[in-house]
Design a protein around this ligand. Structure first.
Ligand SMILES: NC(=O)NCCC(=O)O
Ligand SMILES: [Zn+2]
Ligand SMILES: [Zn+2]
Length: 461
């Protein structure tokens, strides 16, 4: 089956050109001068539109256990929503429960995802218990295509690791050529602030933000960087939300340390004012790290331009307002942490292009090309070039839309961006050569998405 996408502007991280894209079967076989090749089984007219590599969301949580409940998107619903928004690869987190092994965890996540995903998917592994067994199991995880390990400096008693645990895991990451990803918030200090707030009767959702100040994200980020420096491990700071942490990352990068960071659309567009909405409405915006004051946003956009922030992922972790967020109605510390977002990342970042914060090429780079390179998918994903998987999005920059829970496809009863006017819209999406979105309809199917064994070995010296 040959598909030609004609008449569009092909945008890669390295530049843009008027070109046609030829897809044979599952891969891109040529990027040619317009009109050079015309014989095809299917022609997609992209006149006036961008032709970009499918988005890679390197941070999602489908069906994730948290606070006695599960994030509400399954791998089937979450990957379909991703496709609607032009994301053709997700990397989700397998979560080690204490007392279980990493390999058993991996099996469990394969059982949840395999046969259900509409687009391709990979896994990171959350290490909740550092011991000889889990450190040893990092190697077979890597051999199974999972070469990035998330640890938590937050959530004592649940996911939390001590500095000693982190040091041990980082040493092992250095030995095995894998990546440590860090949730950097000082959970021990935060727990004190939370206990104090509750003792004083401060129970509203906004207290979630007030008890997790940006200084404690900055402190933990600096500490993680120091531990990584001592061990030589590469470090990836997840969901960086504030200037304090960004300054720590930038300083480390200026010394040449292998430190990378992602931010998320919610930190670029939403703020603590959303968490302070009347009644319990603010619970919709409870995630960790929390939304910050608006003045951090300009710093984050600058970080995206300077590459101190290299990736934008969503941290998609949806909990329904009506029957899940409500668990914390009388106690903000019981509100399940997380927000929906997998469907709107490409659109929201495109607003950064429209506003002149980033270039078109940088849009593609932070949402697709860099996550591919950083997480072992380079060559296959993140580029419109011969040999790459035909994960292609035709994006109409002139269309407009309004984000709403009434029209979104995520399996959650609210949108954090309700009513936001967006310039630009996904028009057609191909996942490995198959049309999954076209003419305003989903044409994919659960099970089309394949597990991606990721490989970082090409980067080892
Ligand atoms: N971010 C959040 O609040 N929930 C998902 C889990 C995590 O990434 O820490
Ligand atoms: Zn986290
Ligand atoms: Zn997360």
């Amino acid at each position: 089956m040959r598909t030609i996408i004609t008449g569009g502007t092909v945008v890669n991280a390295t530049g843009r050109a008027h070109a046609d894209v030829v897809v044979d079967g599952e891969v891109i076989t040529a990027v040619t001068a317009p009109g050079l090749i015309t014989e095809a089984d299917r022609t997609i007219d992209a006149t006036g539109k961008y032709v970009i590599p499918g988005g890679i969301d390197a941070h999602t949580h489908m069906e994730m256990p948290f606070g006695g409940t599960f994030s509400h998107d399954t791998f089937a619903t979450g990957t379909e929503a991703a496709a609607w928004g032009g994301t053709t690869t997700i990397i989700d987190f397998a979560v080690q429960a204490r007392g279980t092994s990493l390999l058993a965890t991996l099996d469990k996540w394969h059982a949840k995802a395999d046969g259900d995903c509409a687009v391709d998917y990979g896994f990171h592994m959350i290490i909740s218990e550092v011991d000889d067994g889990s450190l040893k199991e990092m190697r077979p995880c890597i051999d199974a295509g999972v070469n990035s390990f998330k640890m938590f400096m937050a959530y004592p008693g649940v996911f939390y690791s001590t500095d000693g645990d982190i040091l041990r895991a980082m040493r092992r990451a250095t030995e095995t050529g894998s990546m440590i990803m860090m949730h950097a918030e000082n959970g021990i200090a935060i727990d004190q602030l939370v206990a104090q707030a509750l003792a004083e009767g401060r129970t509203a959702p906004v207290e979630h933000g007030l008890t997790r100040p940006p200084e404690l994200e900055g402190e933990a980020t600096s500490r993680a960087i120091a531990l990584a420096g001592v061990t030589g491990a590469p470090l990836y700071i997840v969901h960086l939300s504030a200037r304090h942490a960004l300054e720590a990352v930038a300083a480390a990068r200026n010394t040449g340390q292998n430190v990378f960071a992602e931010t998320c659309p919610q930190y670029l567009y939403l703020s603590i004012e959303d968490m302070a909405k009347p009644g319990f409405e603010g619970a919709k915006y409870v995630a960790s790290p929390p939304l910050r004051t608006r003045d951090h946003q300009a710093d984050l956009w600058r970080g995206l331009r300077t590459n101190d922030l290299s990736v934008v992922s969503t941290d998609h972790c949806p909990f329904c307002f009506e029957d899940q967020k409500v668990l914390g109605r009388d106690d903000f510390s019981k509100i399940p942490n997380g927000m929906p977002g997998v469907e709107h990342r490409m659109d929201l970042l495109h607003q950064g292009v429209v506003a002149g914060e980033i270039t078109l090429e940088r849009w593609v780079e932070i949402s697709s090309t860099t996550p591919a390179r950083m997480f072992g998918l380079a060559g296959r994903k993140g580029t419109i070039s011969p040999g790459a998987d035909a994960d292609v999005v035709v994006y109409d920059p002139a269309a407009t839309q309004t984000i709403s829970a009434l029209t979104h496809h995520m399996n959650v009863d609210y949108s954090a961006y309700e009513g936001m006017e967006i310039t630009g819209r996904v028009d057609v999406v191909l996942s490995r050569g198959s049309v999954v979105i076209a003419d305003g309809a989903f044409h994919g199917k659960p099970g089309h998405g394949r597990f991606l064994k990721r490989d970082l070995s090409q980067y080892l010296l």
